[in-house]
Design a protein around this ligand. Structure first.
Ligand code: 4AD
Ligand code: MG
Length: 441
């Protein structure tokens, strides 16, 4: 019978039919007179069996690991007790090699060895991406983006695309990547927040999906030099509205992923102990966090007890969220450890209307705040941070022409993936990670 062309996920549903499946040889092994292949096409994995003369193909090195092939054959349901992806097996009656891959010295396995040094593996990232774990994380990543956009659409946000090349900082000058812009100094953007704020008056609530760049000196498991920053800005809200919005974002978006047949299965496979977030998130003020850390004997950066004004660094933050084991809204940070744009709390002007969302295993995955919306206070913020406000004339104008209370946040995509997929480092959650000393391939 004629074979119809099928992607692997469709082949699962073609029991009894003759199909042509294109893909790459993911695994291949001999068993006496049989050759078993696991074919991969980006849609799934398919077990295929070759018998008789066709089974000579492995010995003759015609079929090798990572060769691309077209397999023709009948899809059979596997009997009880035998398992394979989709519960089916392809009985191959004919095949074509499309792009042969070398065996021996130059074989794929020699290039991409899971036990190799991580930096060698990163040199071979273009090949390592063919691995099951990495490709699963990339699929969850795509679903995260898809369902986050669905959430934004439901909430009535409009997507915008701010510039990457800018002349202002958002999160401190020390991590700016400088570039020569036709002889003028410019930077790669650290955050699109300020630009999003300028959109509120004409577009309403907005969001963007944009790469952010940070020349991080710190070599940690959760810092990249380039990461996908999803930022959003909401008008006419107060701090409580901001927290409720964030809570809903995580509960609903993760809910969509877990209900997705592909997404749910991938997350369970990568992260069997994953607990989807539920309402309400635990709320913890910065000053109560310091108390918790001191009570639990967690020292600050200098090995001392925490005192007001100290940064809660990565290790301490993770210790806290891992012990509590639930998402945390860490709120009300002191003004001096936060950026110029954060407004002070009315009941305690030492602290700001700010929030970090902490998740187990990663710590901070989101940073957000209300924004100072009055010009005088904003100028005070620039002065405190010793930033020349001249280049920010356009940002200050937002305070001049019809200012409103507003706030927003930035989500670190790779950190969210590290949490969802239980990865040790954000480097495993980026297609081609950029960090200190790594800019290839
Ligand atoms: O906390 P950050 O620096 O906040 C901002 O940039 C705000 N302007 C965002 C806003 O309100 N629109 O960064 C936001 C998030 C962090 O919580 C973290 O998840 C991620 O971005 N992030 C990084 N991810 C990977 N590598 C880095 N070097 C990161 N720096 C921040
Ligand atoms: Mg932050």
């Amino acid at each position: 019978p004629q074979a119809h062309k099928a992607k692997i996920n469709k082949a699962y549903e073609s029991v009894g039919q003759r199909v042509k499946v294109n893909g790459w040889i993911h695994r291949i092994r001999n068993n006496k007179k049989l050759v078993f292949i696991v074919l991969r096409d980006g849609y799934g994995y398919l077990q295929a069996v070759l018998t008789g003369n066709l089974a000579l193909a492995k010995q003759t090195q015609e079929l090798t690991l990572e060769s691309s092939v077209s397999l023709y054959g009948t899809v059979n349901k596997l009997p009880e007790g035998k398992s394979a992806p989709g519960g089916v097996e392809l009985s191959v009656d004919y095949y074509e090699v499309v792009g042969w891959a070398p065996g021996g010295e130059d074989s794929f396995t020699n290039k991409v060895n899971e036990n190799a040094d991580p930096s060698l593996l990163l040199d071979q990232r273009h090949l390592a991406l063919r691995g099951e774990t990495l490709s699963s994380v990339m699929k969850v990543r795509a679903l995260w983006m898809k369902y986050l956009r669905k959430f934004f659409e439901n909430e009535g946000l409009t997507e915008v695309t701010p510039p990457c090349m800018v002349q202002t900082q958002v999160e401190g000058g020390s991590t700016l990547f400088k570039l020569n812009y036709y002889g003028e100094e410019a930077f790669l953007t650290q955050s699109s927040q300020l630009y999003l704020e300028t959109c509120l008056a004409s577009l309403g609530d907005v969001y963007c999906v944009q790469e952010s760049f940070r020349a991080e000196k710190s070599h940690t498991r959760r810092h990249l030099s380039e990461y996908t920053h999803i930022e959003s800005e909401l008008a006419f809200i107060d701090f409580d509205d901001l927290l409720s919005h964030l809570e809903k974002l995580f509960v609903e978006t993760v809910g969509y992923i877990m209900e997705d047949p592909v997404g749910g299965a991938l997350v369970k496979q990568l992260n069997p102990d994953f607990k989807a977030p539920t309402y309400p998130f635990k709320r913890l003020d910065y000053k109560d966090a310091l108390e918790w850390l001191n009570e639990h004997g967690v020292p600050n950066e200098d090995g001392q007890k925490f005192k007001f004004g100290d940064d809660i660094a990565e290790a301490a933050e993770r210790k806290m969220v891992d012990t509590m084991g639930v998402p945390i809204f860490l709120t009300r940070f002191p003004a001096e450890i936060k950026s110029f744009y954060m407004p002070r709390c009315k009941d305690d002007p030492r602290v700001t209307e700010s929030v970090d969302v902490l998740m187990p295993n990663v710590g901070e995955i989101t940073g957000g705040s209300m924004r100072t919306w009055n010009e005088t206070d904003l100028l005070e913020g620039y002065q405190r941070e010793k930033i020349d406000h001249a280049p920010y004339y356009w940002y200050l104008d937002q305070r001049k022409y019809g200012s409103v209370p507003h706030g927003g946040y930035g989500l670190g995509t790779e950190r969210i993936l590290a949490w969802l997929c239980n990865r040790y480092t954000v480097r495993d959650c980026s297609l081609y990670p950029r960090f200190t000393g790594r800019c290839k391939p």
